[in-house]
Design a protein. Structure first.
Length: 257
């Protein structure tokens, strides 16, 4: 299964990273980080629909994405139209790295979500060091103890958490964790198929006080209208913005729909 391969390769990458910057040193830097705090939660939990604009260069389902603009131009457009930025930092399947997030941090005042396959404490320390305000916890790749440990570690570091779920069982695990920001992935991480009904089905179970984010498969006006009817607080959008020649215009139109 591709998800297992991604996680296995991530473990190899982490061994390489720790050989360059040991975990103790990364932790020391994280605990000493006094950067400005921007609330990811409050950026999304406000009247009207919120949008997380993503920067990614590839994915296992799409292959390499041909962006219509450079990173600087993209973040300038995002800063004028979306509410937060997501940056893929996974190296092998999404062609990302932490350096992209560090660059984006210098370009925008928006809160940044580090989107990666978070499986070891080292990554949370690094997230703080490179300037992320929030991190992604994927329920499908973590057991209950790992989720709790990483959620608590994030809080200690001043990082907010988007907990990503795909079904009712994972949603219940997110509730037990006390998650405030819940992302429903419309993409099945086992076979990478997309079904927007996933958000609709789970929407009935998500309390209004939570931040409810729809992820994946948001490509057309009809997708946006459908998901707005599911009473989501926000969208996480990657491919549509990456392939658009004018992501600012697209974001502004989708907010008005």
């Amino acid at each position: 299964m591709i998800l297992d391969e991604i996680v296995a390769d991530k473990r190899k990458r982490l061994l390489e990273q720790k050989s360059r910057v040991p975990e103790q040193e990364m932790r020391r830097m994280a605990e000493g980080e006094k950067g400005e705090s921007r609330s990811f939660y409050h950026a999304l939990k406000k009247p009207g629909i919120s949008i997380i604009g993503e920067f990614k260069q590839a994915s296992p389902s799409l292959g390499k994405i041909e962006s219509k603009m450079n990173l600087t131009e993209r973040i300038k457009e995002y800063s004028l139209s979306v509410d937060a930025v997501s940056c893929l930092t996974e190296e092998d399947y999404f062609l990302g790295n932490a350096e992209y997030l560090k660059m984006i941090r210098k370009m925008t005042e928006l809160p940044i979500l580090r989107k990666d396959f978070m499986i070891e404490p080292y990554q949370f320390y690094e997230s703080k060091v490179i300037g992320a305000e929030a991190v992604l916890l994927i329920a499908a790749i973590l057991d209950d103890k790992e989720m709790l440990d990483f959620y608590q570690l994030s809080g200690e570091l001043g990082l907010e958490v988007l907990v990503e779920v795909h079904d009712e069982a994972e949603l219940e695990r997110a509730f037990k964790l006390g998650a405030e920001i819940i992302g429903v992935n419309n993409r099945n991480l086992k076979d990478f198929t997309i079904n927007l009904d996933n958000t609709k089905r789970l929407s009935a179970h998500i309390p209004k006080e939570k931040v409810f984010v729809a992820e994946s498969g948001i490509i057309t006006d009809s997708d946006v209208k459908f998901l707005k009817e599911c009473h989501v607080d926000g969208f996480l959008i990657g491919r549509a913005f990456m392939e658009s020649e004018n992501p600012r215009e697209l974001a502004e139109r989708w907010k008005r729909l």
